[in-house]
Design a protein around this ligand. Structure first.
Ligand code: SF4
Length: 312
């Protein structure tokens, strides 16, 4: 049995930055550091940071006065930011700069007098954060069917923006539906979908054309990981989302000659390597990496942590 690894896979620059922000904050200020929501959608990452002294909370009122507060990579609404300011909490913002870019874009459209259609998944923290950044009317849609049912107050003044981790192809069909119903709508096409999401989707697409089954390392609540599994499935390849090597069912490999492995943007590489080790135990005797895009994106640290020690 052969294992083929997708490239790129796993951590993106936004996730690396968010984790490093918590680590540097722990170095600089000492434990505990309070993180609102999962810093990124991965239990292993959260557990590692907990062991180093991070405390994860659902809401700001769980943070004591003066507690160092980190906002997660998914971003927060204006209200959360205002509530933190009202309590004078020392905040370090780990929102991915590419999520912040979508916030600014939506605000610019809203200031220009347009109501906003956000393409994204209800309940995802990034979507809640983006909706809560827009001063004005926001409509949320996820599918062309949602667009067909959408009622807006001013069809002539609309703009759309998207969640950063959607499927490029699915998003294109939603945008097309919007343009048919609202011909004057403006928006960024699929450019809000971040480089990391697009690269990982292209790589899983390539992988799906040459393997029998695909394993995506990622959390159930990770949007971009779910999209990777869906893309492989849509290409007719059996695919499974696995939190780690222990979630692999050996029965999935019956009669399989080649296994493709990739990982969502919030999944650490060590989980991929543990999965590869498990596949070796189950008979894999050849491991190769598919050629793909070399990523060199790196985001700056927030100024308050720029000088903090880089964790080992
Ligand atoms: S997946 Fe994209 S938007 Fe999300 S944290 Fe990574 S780089 Fe940023």
């Amino acid at each position: 049995m052969k294992v083929i690894l997708a490239k790129p896979r796993g951590f993106c620059a936004g996730v690396e930055r968010a984790i490093e922000i918590v680590e540097r904050a722990l170095e600089k200020y000492g434990a505990p550091v309070y993180v609102r929501h999962e810093i990124v959608h991965n239990r292993h990452v959260v557990e590692d940071l907990k062991a180093k002294g991070a405390r994860f909370v659902d809401e700001l009122d769980e943070i004591p006065a003066g507690g160092i507060t980190v906002f997660s990579a998914h971003g927060v609404s204006q209200k959360v930011e205002d509530d933190a300011a009202l309590r004078a909490l020392p905040v370090i913002d780990a929102t991915c700069p590419l999520v912040s870019k979508v916030h600014h874009e939506a605000q610019r459209y809203a200031r220009g007098g347009r109501d906003i259609v956000l393409i994204g998944h209800a309940g995802h923290p990034e979507v809640e954060g983006t909706m809560g950044r827009i001063d004005g009317m926001v409509y949320l849609v996820a599918t062309p069917e949602d667009v067909a049912e959408l009622t807006v107050r001013d069809p002539g003044h609309l703009a759309y923006v998207t969640q950063t981790t959607l499927s490029v192809d699915d998003t294109r069909s939603v945008i097309e539906a919007l343009k048919v119903r609202f011909p004057t709508i403006v928006g960024p096409d699929t450019k809000d979908i971040c480089y990391a999401t697009q690269n990982r989707q292209r790589a899983v697409h390539d992988l799906a054309s040459i393997v029998d089954v695909i394993l995506v390392v990622g959390a159930q609540n990770s949007s971009n990981s779910n999209r990777l599994r869906e893309i492989a499935t849509e290409m007719g390849v059996r695919s499974y989302l696995v939190a780690d090597a222990s979630a692999l069912d050996p029965a999935w490999l019956d009669g399989v000659e080649s296994v493709g492995v990739t990982a969502g943007a919030s999944a650490p590489e060590r989980l991929v390597q543990q999965l590869v080790d498990r596949l070796r135990e189950l008979g894999a005797d050849e491991i190769e990496v598919l050629s793909g895009v070399e990523e060199n994106v790196r985001f700056k640290m927030p100024p308050e942590l720029a000088e903090a020690a880089v964790p080992a």
